[in-house]
Design a protein around this ligand. Sequence first.
Ligand SMILES: NC(=O)c1ccc[n+]([C@@H]2O[C@H](COP(=O)([O-])OP(=O)(O)OC[C@H]3O[C@@H](n4cnc5c(N)ncnc54)[C@H](O)[C@@H]3O)[C@@H](O)[C@H]2O)c1
Length: 339
Amino acid sequence: MRKTYGVALIGCGHMGEAHLSQIYYKENVRLEYVCDLDEAKALSFQKRYGAGRFCTDSRDCISSPRVDIVIIATYPSTHLELVRQCILHQKHVICEKPIAPDLEEGRRFVRLVREHPECKVLVGHILRHNATYQKVADMIRSGAIGRPIVFRMVQNHHTMDWEKYLAILKEASPLLDCGVHYVDVAQWFTGARVQRVSASGSRTEEDVPKDSFNYGFMTLELDDGSVGYYEAGWSNTFSSDNLKEFVGPGGSIRIIYRKDRQTHQEEGDLIEYYKYPEKEYEMINLQSDRKPTGAQFDHLIRMIEEGCEANPTIEEVFESFEVCCNAQKQVLDKLMLRE
Ligand SMILES: NC(=O)c1ccc[n+]([C@@H]2O[C@H](COP(=O)([O-])OP(=O)(O)OC[C@H]3O[C@@H](n4cnc5c(N)ncnc54)[C@H](O)[C@@H]3O)[C@@H](O)[C@H]2O)c1
């Protein structure tokens, strides 16, 4: 018979919901605990997902013998300490990115994970488990558009919930918070490493904390000659924008998310593939699931049961984290000089 796992969720917010909505009904999951500092949120998650218990102190669920796996969906400044507690109580972990609010704490996170291979820790780089990104990775790695690659990546959010974004901005700028996904994508798609990063940014809203910023872009140079940029902004004024285009000497690939399709949105994401020598377009339709937390959870189970590697590995997690910390620092240094 298949083993079942007792699961606890810490952080009943946006990502907590994304996790539970895909795992609470799995045959191998017993949802034992939901936890949030805000009791009303924890209670509402308990009711919605039929969790055994709710708590407001994470130590209650981490120390419970009924719990095998802890999902951490709180802010970056809490990740290291929560993972430390989980490891102390021999729990396996899915932890949201970014691993920490700064480079030093990120180093400690990685050291801790490396020192405890008996506890499986998977950092939530959700695009690694997304079928559209997996398909594009396969295409680029098998030479569909040749090398080197130009990456054009933009993700701007016109926010209707500024207070929520402000809470995250206190811990990480968009270049760190979202950038870790896309620096990882650039390295994953090419197998190359970022050797230079250069960044600029701005505060376009008065209430953005002085040690953060809400708009930034970074340019990346990889060691295989690929180059690219990533632009990210959260504000009340930017329009929302989502560009993911990869260009090479042999053609280009653009991801069009289901929600951005002109027609047939029910069908999924589109990969627009332009083959240059043939001057032909191929449109590849893929079932889309932007946050495949269920597939990510299944990967953790394979790490536990089959001993497979984390995806991405903790080294790969740290590489993209380090690049983004560097970019964030460059922007903050420039902003300080300007003021
Ligand atoms: N992978 C992705 O695509 C993706 C997308 C968005 C956010 N995230 C990441 O997920 C994390 C959470 O972001 P969010 O958007 O869900 O935030 P959120 O504000 O919606 O939810 C966070 C919740 O955690 C709770 N919390 C904070 N500290 C806690 C603690 N010590 N114990 C218990 N509960 C605690 C808060 O009360 C809040 O309800 C961040 O690290 C963020 O970067 C990832």
